[in-house]
Design a protein around this ligand. Structure first.
Ligand SMILES: Cc1cc2nc3c(=O)[nH]c(=O)nc-3n(C[C@H](O)[C@H](O)[C@H](O)COP(=O)(O)OP(=O)(O)OC[C@H]3O[C@@H](n4cnc5c(N)ncnc54)[C@H](O)[C@@H]3O)c2cc1C
Ligand code: SF4
Length: 438
């Protein structure tokens, strides 16, 4: 077995910029009129303005510009796939193929203000209205913060022992080191007026009817609680685990050396979770990590940057392999049989050829789904679901006039932290307008 590389799990993927680097980088911005980077940011941060504020050494002002649109701007600076969002749109790509490093500048700025401990916003006087937010993930936190800003009292009801949602339990360790997720939650809550009640699960500890009775409005931000299964023989064998459970165990471990590391792991999937699980497995010391995806590279949800990250870390990426069955010995996984796939005459299918890859661990990363048990918890609330997710309008209001929803649990979401933040923010604005009408 190769030795572990635990220190890589504690190292920032993109180390913070120094003041000199930030100044030089901010000077590369053209401060475009109708800047395409702003349109490409789901939260609509005024990117040229915050970059100009950095270049004039008004770093606190720059952080305020960011937090005004995205109170989780510090986390998003670390985890946003900027290469497919703001930085892809940057006009600097055209001539130089080298965008302004917007994400790193955002981190420089937000880290600065958070280190001072100053909360940039002062809440309005109390309105006497109270809103329930279900889930302390990015969507719930963003919604709660904006509501608190308007003077509404907020209770966040959270099933788990820690706040942060997937920022705490799911994001790769090397993207959010130094317990940043918890520091950020404390920073957000420092605005005041928000109570987080842990161990309170919708559907178990309270119902939608109770929420609607006890609060003036309800926001649902409970993410996707269940995971997709492969649905093949051998899935129940020891050593076949869900990638999200593996990442959670790693993120919550006090001592990484106590974690189970096999000699050969196969990760099944082609998205961000698959890459995160594969790379972290390699860093934990697994000798051979293979990422198997059923279609070609161009169909993978993971961006080219993430695919490169996997390769640089020694993960073998194999395309055109669809799992047929998990093979075991004495109750434990010993390999996976795959069908080779191809696209012929524009149609995707199996070729008839199969192969077996030996392994002692399988991590499944084929997507999450809404936890159906919540449906029964909707009680008398008339929240409409489609394809297993909550239907909302442009204001993130559900079909129940007292209930809003956002983040991964709604139809049409992008399943990104930044998109969840935007949903929470828009829902809070809409709730505030409704409450202001009396
Ligand atoms: C492994 C992994 C890696 C990812 N990496 C990235 C990344 O690098 N960059 C990026 O932008 N996005 C990433 N994402 C996606 C991103 O984490 C999500 O889009 C984002 O967290 C969604 O926020 P949310 O608030 O909707 O849901 P969540 O973050 O899932 O939060 C939902 C919260 O609701 C709580 N909850 C659930 N059910 C109940 C209930 N019944 N009652 C009360 N509380 C409940 C949960 O405990 C949780 O705290 C990743 C996702 C995964 C799975
Ligand atoms: S597109 Fe690039 S150069 Fe133009 S404002 Fe945005 S960051 Fe600056």
């Amino acid at each position: 077995m190769v030795s572990s590389n635990h220190e890589l799990l504690q190292q920032d993927l993109h180390p913070p910029l120094s003041r000199h680097e930030a100044t030089v980088e901010s000077d590369r911005c053209y401060f475009c009129y109708d800047a395409p980077c702003v349109t490409a940011c789901p939260t609509g941060i005024d990117i040229p303005l915050f970059i100009r504020q950095i270049s004039t050494d008004n770093v606190s002002g720059s952080a305020r510009t960011i937090f005004n649109e995205n109170i989780l701007g510090g986390m998003c600076a670390r985890v946003c796939p900027t290469e497919t969002l703001c930085e892809q749109a940057c006009v600097r790509n055209t001539a130089e193929d080298n965008p302004v490093r917007i994400g790193e500048l955002q981190r420089y700025s937000t880290d600065h203000l958070m280190e001072t401990g100053q909360q940039p916003f002062t809440p309005a006087a109390s309105t006497g209205r109270k809103v329930a937010v279900v889930g302390a993930g990015p969507a719930g936190l963003a919604c709660a913060h904006r509501l608190a800003l308007y003077g509404h009292a907020v209770d966040i009801l959270e099933a788990r022992p820690k706040p942060g949602g997937l920022d705490e339990y799911g994001i790769a360790a090397y993207k959010t080191v130094d317990d940043f997720a918890q520091r950020e939650v404390s920073y957000i809550l420092s605005i005041g007026g928000i109570d987080v009640l842990h161990g309170k699960a919708l559907g178990e500890d309270f119902t939608m009817d109770e929420l609607k009775r006890d609060y003036d409005a309800v926001f649902l931000g409970m993410g996707l609680g269940a995971v997709n299964q492969l649905g093949i023989e051998g899935e129940e064998l020891d050593g076949v685990d869900d990638a999200i459970d593996f990442i959670e165990e790693l993120r919550q471990a006090d001592d990484l050396s106590t974690l189970e590391v096999g000699a050969a792991t196969i990760v099944i999937g082609g998205g961000m979770t698959a890459i995160d699980a594969a790379v972290q497995n390699k860093m934990l010391g697994c000798e051979e990590v293979t990422l198997a995806y059923r279609r070609g590279v161009e169909f993978m949800n993971a961006s080219p940057f993430e695919q490169d990250l996997a390769k640089v870390n020694g993960v073998v990426v194999r395309n055109w392999l669809q799992p047929l069955r998990v093979i075991g010995e004495n109750g434990r996984v010993s390999g996976v049989e795959f069908a080779r796939t191809a696209v012929e005459d524009g149609r995707f299918g199996v070729t008839g050829e199969t192969l077996i890859l030996p392994c002692d661990r399988v991590l499944k990363a084929i997507g999450q789904k809404f936890d159906d048990s919540i449906n029964s918890a909707s009680g008398e609330a008339t929240v409409v679901f489609e394809k297993g997710r909550i239907v909302v309008d442009a204001d993130r209001r559900t079909s129940d006039e007292k209930v809003w929803a956002g983040g991964d649990c709604v139809v049409g979401g992008e399943d990104l932290t930044v998109a969840a933040v935007q949903d929470g923010k828009l829902a809070a604005e809409s709730i505030h307008s409704m409450l202001a009408k009396g």
